[in-house]
Each structure stands twice: as structure tokens, then as C-alpha cells.
Design a protein around this ligand. Structure first.
Ligand code: URA
Length: 288
């Protein structure tokens, strides 16, 4: 891709052990190490009712959303409808007081998401990117902010290297909002349970509708499955490595799939692929 990297950006990538690498045709077989991010245990979150959207010019194949039969949301319909009508402030309040699943009994804080400061708190910030992760961990639960631990540092560094920041348009950076599929920490950092994903799904859906990001970067299989279950057949059983490298759609917003930063901390070789995913996302934004 034609991403212009200056010396400082290259040095940052070196520091992160990211060899600058441009996407090649996907390798036929996934290396064993990548299987950790494979969809070995499908979580089958309820589809987020993605609606098919016309493909727009994009630098990589755009996978048009395939209409699938509507599936009744597992969360209570009335509750989901109420959330779908909330403004930004009401949504934040609803998340902070949420008792829809058992995680409310063990969390210290809810984790709504983080992005640029907004002049009027009732309005969502203007953002270019939405990063969707899995669920808060211990540090995030304590601080009420997503991705503040080691994985978050790596995520911030990689975003910064491509010119994106959770703090907004610092020195011309594009602004990112960062959220998780779950707004509360599963005890012991266990995987999200089906009912927890179902109860939290309306929040993520409304966040996306209000933020209207130019691009969604889905990191890790829970985010990918939650966002693409309504439009990508077999997303529950596809290894994440096979889903990478394409631009999908969620309600007309382009979606790029990548590895979870916590996985990248354990798998240095995959960082180059994650860098390629970021480049694909950036190129997609620039092509809009
Ligand atoms: N992992 C996630 O998926 N989200 C966080 O906020 C932290 C770690």
C-alpha cells in the first residue's frame, strides 16, 4: 500500500517488532501458532442484523453482506428497542447501571468505551475509526476504560504508527473510539458467555449507529463473530486467519478483521499481519 511512513513511524514499528510488510495473497494454511485465534469454540453470538449494503470502491475485495434470515435477538426485544432509541448520554447511563446479566454482580466498573473528549457530553465524539475488542480485563475493570493494560499499550502503539489515536486528532491523527463486545469484565478473564454477549449486543449496535465510524477494526474472534454473524456464513467456524484480508460490512460500515492485541503479545510473528490489517483499514478509509 502507499502508506507513507516517516523515520519515526518506522522506528516505532521496529520497536514493536513489526516488520513492515505488505499484504500478500493469504497463505493456504494457517501456522499452528495462529490456531489460538482460530474459531475453535464457536460462541455463536446472536447476529447483529447486518443489513446488506452496496459494495463501494475499496482497496481489497469487499465482501458484500449476504442477507440471511432474520434471527430473533436473544436479548429481550423491548429492551433492545429501548436501547436502539437512546442518545449518547442515555446510552452511557444505561450501560453504567446495567443489570441485564450476572456480570453486574462481579464487576467493579462498567467499561463503556473511550475516545476523544467531546465539547458537549451528550453528543458522541466525531471519530474515524471504531476498534472493537472482546471484554474488559482486570485493569480495565478497575479503571473503567478499555485496553489500558499491556494489550492496550500495544494497540495504542500500533494505531499511533498508522496515524490513529484514541485521544482524537492529535497532530493530525485520525480519531478512534475503542469499545468491547462486553461492557463488564467476565470474572478471571474467562471467555464471554452466550447470554452475556446477547445482553450486551444492543449497546454495541447503538454505539455504532451513533458514532458512525468510517471503519470498524474488529480485533479477536469475539468481536469478529459479533459483528459479522449476520452477514458472513460460517463466521463461527472460520479461523480468524482466514477471515483477514477482506473488507466486510456492518450496516454499511466497512469492517476489517485482525488479531487481538493480547494474542499478538504472545505471537510476535503475527504482528506483521496485524500491521497489514491496519494498513488495509487505513487504505479503506482513505478510499472513501
Ligand atoms: N482485552 C479486550 O478485549 N478489551 C480490553 O479492554 C482489554 C483487553
Amino acid at each position: 500500500m502507499a502508506l507513507e511512513l516517516d523515520a519515526r513511524q518506522r522506528a516505532m514499528l521496529e520497536e514493536m517488532h513489526v516488520r513492515v510488510w505488505w499484504p500478500q495473497a493469504p497463505a493456504p494454511a494457517e501456522p499452528a501458532a495462529a490456531q489460538a485465534e482460530a474459531v475453535a469454540a464457536p460462541v455463536a453470538p446472536p447476529p447483529m442484523a447486518a443489513r446488506p449494503a452496496p459494495a463501494v470502491a475499496a482497496p481489497a475485495p469487499v465482501v458484500a453482506a449476504t442477507p440471511r434470515p432474520a434471527v430473533a435477538p436473544a436479548a429481550d426485544d423491548g429492551r433492545a428497542a429501548a436501547i436502539a432509541a437512546m442518545d449518547w448520554t442515555a446510552l452511557q447511563q444505561s450501560v453504567s447501571g446495567c443489570e441485564a446479566c450476572k456480570l453486574c454482580g462481579t464487576r467493579k466498573n462498567t467499561v463503556f468505551g473511550v475516545g476523544p473528549a467531546v465539547p458537549q457530553a451528550e453528543a458522541p465524539p466525531r471519530v474515524d475509526w471504531l476498534i472493537v475488542g472482546e471484554a474488559p480485563g482486570e485493569q480495565e475493570d478497575l479503571r473503567g476504560e478499555p485496553f489500558v493494560g499491556q494489550a492496550g499499550k500495544l494497540l495504542d502503539n500500533m494505531l499511533r504508527a498508522v496515524g490513529v489515536s484514541r485521544h482524537g486528532e492529535v497532530r493530525g491523527a485520525q480519531a478512534a473510539f475503542i469499545v468491547n463486545v462486553l461492557k463488564c469484565r467476565p470474572p478471571g478473564n474467562r471467555n464471554p458467555a452466550l447470554d452475556e454477549v446477547a445482553q450486551c449486543e444492543p449497546y454495541l449496535k447503538r454505539q455504532i449507529a451513533l458514532l458512525q465510524p468510517k471503519i470498524i477494526l474488529a480485533v479477536g474472534r469475539f468481536a469478529v463473530q459479533s459483528l459479522l454473524a449476520g452477514s458472513v456464513p460460517d463466521v463461527q467456524t472460520q479461523p480468524l486467519g482466514r477471515l483477514r484480508g477482506k473488507v466486510y460490512r456492518y450496516e454499511a460500515v466497512p469492517v476489517v478483521v485482525s488479531y487481538h492485541p493480547a494474542y499478538l503479545l504472545r505471537s510476535l510473528p503475527e504482528k506483521a499481519k496485524a500491521w497489514a490489517d491496519l494498513c488495509l483499514a487505513m487504505e479503506t478509509v482513505k478510499s472513501l
